[in-house]
Write a protein that binds this ligand. Structure first.
Ligand SMILES: Nc1ncnc2c1ncn2[C@@H]1O[C@H](COP(=O)(O)OP(=O)(O)OP(=O)(O)O)[C@@H](O)[C@H]1O
Ligand SMILES: [Mg+2]
Length: 284
């Protein structure tokens, strides 16, 4: 799998009661590539990302292979790099160093009892060889970079004192600072207003271009995916319906469900533009 960073093979997730939630999901991600996953609510996007990084609760049964082949990381992986076969400790190590996850519900990612700044500093100290003073400086710079005002005040806030969108931006900031080989971003811009969405999208695009980090970018918003993804997977009811290049999915797909998603998005945009921007043209 030389040039492949990640190879997901026949990933199937079932519940205790036998209900299949993900059915035979297979795809590859090359080094430096951005893979978009789209599909309607409940189709299995978050489950796919959580299964890959070993964050599913124990009552899910997971089958298949998730082969991870990092170039830079010094972690030794067992079983040909199959993430589904690593122990807890190795997985935690991978999540900190080689893979960063920006989760859909950011509140769960932070400890409610500690201020945000200290949590970011602790994370940096655990993964980078820098002093505490440098970690604090880096954190303050990052808070400004992700577009939040008054970094010193934000540093001292507790998670419940910040909005979901602010916490999500901080998770993105942490991912950007750790410079992992893979960022998994689950709806990273959905909780944000449209100006912040553009800002964050630009930050993620910059990291894709500069650090050449590979990305799995999950969104139900086709225009966001269109801006960032090289390759796209379309999911419906726990299955992959179609996958292909961004160009293929948006402009040449003959698949009924893919066309339905794109046409619905176009109709929504047309309606929105009619009302808000009667003279503006959208590309998708
Ligand atoms: N903890 C759970 N227990 C039982 N079923 C679950 C659990 N988590 C998710 N599911 C089910 O798995 C399916 C896929 O959920 P998932 O969260 O992956 O959807 P999604 O595509 O991320 O949707 P959204 O766009 O709303 O975030 C849904 O039918 C959901 O009800
Ligand atoms: Mg989700």
């Amino acid at each position: 799998m030389n040039n492949k960073l990640l190879e997901v093979k026949n990933l199937t997730v079932t519940l205790d009661n036998g209900k299949t939630l993900l059915n035979d999901i297979s795809f590859c991600l090359e080094h430096h590539q951005c893979l978009g996953i789209v599909g309607e609510s409940g189709c299995g996007k978050s489950l796919t990302s959580k299964a890959i990084i070993g964050l599913l609760e124990p009552y899910f049964s997971v089958q298949g292979k998730v082969l991870f082949n990092p170039k830079q990381s010094k972690i030794t992986l067992q079983s040909n790099g199959d993430l589904l076969k690593q122990n807890h400790e190795t997985l935690r190590h991978i999540r900190g160093n080689a893979i960063s996850a920006i989760l859909q519900h950011p509140m769960n990612a932070f400890d409610p009892l500690y201020c945000i700044g200290n949590q970011v500093v602790e994370t940096l100290l655990a993964h980078l060889t820098i002093s505490k003073k440098q970690a604090i400086e880096k954190t303050l710079t990052m808070i400004a970079d992700i577009g939040l005002n008054d970094p010193k005040q934000i540093f001292k806030k507790y998670p419940h004192q910040l909005s979901g969108g602010m916490l999500q931006r901080i998770m993105i900031g942490i991912a950007l600072m750790l410079e992992p080989e893979l960022i998994i971003a689950d709806e990273p811009t959905t909780a944000l207003d449209s100006i912040s969405q553009l800002h964050i999208l630009q930050l993620l695009k910059n990291i894709k271009q500069k650090s050449k980090t590979a990305m799995i970018f999950i969104s139900h918003d086709l225009s966001v995916i269109h801006h960032i993804a090289d390759h796209i997977i379309v999911m419906n009811q726990g299955q992959i319906i179609e996958q292909g290049s961004c160009d293929h999915i948006f402009y040449h797909s003959k698949n009924d469900y893919t066309r339905y998603l794109i046409d619905t998005r176009k109709q929504l945009l047309a309606k929105f533009n009619d009302v808000i921007h009667p003279n503006r043209l959208e590309t998708i």
